[in-house]
Design a binder for this molecule. Sequence first.
Ligand SMILES: C[S@@+](CC[C@H](N)C(=O)[O-])C[C@H]1O[C@@H](n2cnc3c(N)ncnc32)[C@H](O)[C@@H]1O
Length: 392
Amino acid sequence: MPHITVKPFDTSLVKKEKYGETEVLFRAKDSFSKDELLGVLHKDESFLLHTKKNENSWLLKYDKVTRPLKVNLVKQAITDLADGLELDILGSNVAIHPAREVKSSEYEKKIEDFVDIEFPFKSVSIEVGFGSGKHLLYQAEKYPDRLFIGIEIHTPSATQVLKQIELKGLKNIWVINYDARLLLEMIPSNSCHQIFVHFPVPWDKKPQRRVISTSFLEESMRVLKKGGRLELRTDSYKYFWYSLDTFLGESVAKTSVEVRKNEALEITSKYEARWLKQQKDIYDVYVTCLEESKERLINFDFSFKGVVYKKEILDKISYKPQLFDGFFIHFERLFHISNDAILIKLAFGSFDRPEHKYIYLDQEKAYYFHSNPVKTVTNYKTHLKIMEYLNA
Ligand SMILES: C[S@@+](CC[C@H](N)C(=O)[O-])C[C@H]1O[C@@H](n2cnc3c(N)ncnc32)[C@H](O)[C@@H]1O
């Protein structure tokens, strides 16, 4: 990931102004370390750059939570700042001159696009965690009249597949670089034919990170048309049983569940090829949706209505995770921007689909930097609780 190492410099010289094409919005100092964050706006995308201060050299790098999909945006922003501030560069993996033009792809969709989404194809399939994209690309080539929505949390994989889409000239794939467990909640009810989950990470030690869960099953059945199918494929015997148990649980009253062992598919993914070489068994579980679902309204308002920075907030914030009925709030870090402005890093929402965000607060306004949470009931309930907290 793009970064440069530079000689320590006087960060107070960084002003709220434009450096090349990058505008600095604010500078925020970590209250637990010497590190700093820079809020920047580059080509209509806002994100944070992290200055990690070691003794003799500092690292200027991307911030994981706000990282844009196009890595070149981060590279260009770092380049603009390094040039504008005349930083002494000690090391870099950023091609500083000349900055490459960022090409945007019409096939890359953002979570916000799903607020009022209309699909340009009658038939829609979703693939969760497509990795190298072999299966997704194969399916899209084979069925050009169907839209394939690929949701992948790993940014480099999403970027690679976007490149492949351009190279192959495919017109029927959308790529979303997001947590599929959250994105699924933005998809209209009864709108899809298939949801593929192939070789999900089993997360045996951190089960809360698993894709398959009761709420994922509920959401999948809501999103699928009557007769549509959720298709899990796994090499993990444990995950297979865990999933089967989840699928047969009480949360969805009526489904049809089918199990297959060592079924050959037309296309073998990178992971599958590895397991086949090791002669591992592979399990498929198909869950067919048998009922129509109600439409879901997603008109939640995530504005902070009257919440502004007050000194009392600093005393009130607890950095221990706080658990509520069905959701949690964990204020993780506090950054000072000025005497009357702060940035809070937090994780919140449902236990198996947490959100990671920043909240910017000054004396006039408060907002989620750089984008609102996904419009789910749980996130909205959590947002109301966060507002209660910040209304110190
Ligand atoms: C073991 S790989 C399998 C990749 C691909 N399906 C295959 O069969 O080769 C699991 C993939 O799921 C992605 N992933 C894990 N959790 C995810 C989530 N919550 N939302 C979207 N993608 C996720 C990972 O980044 C990874 O690319």
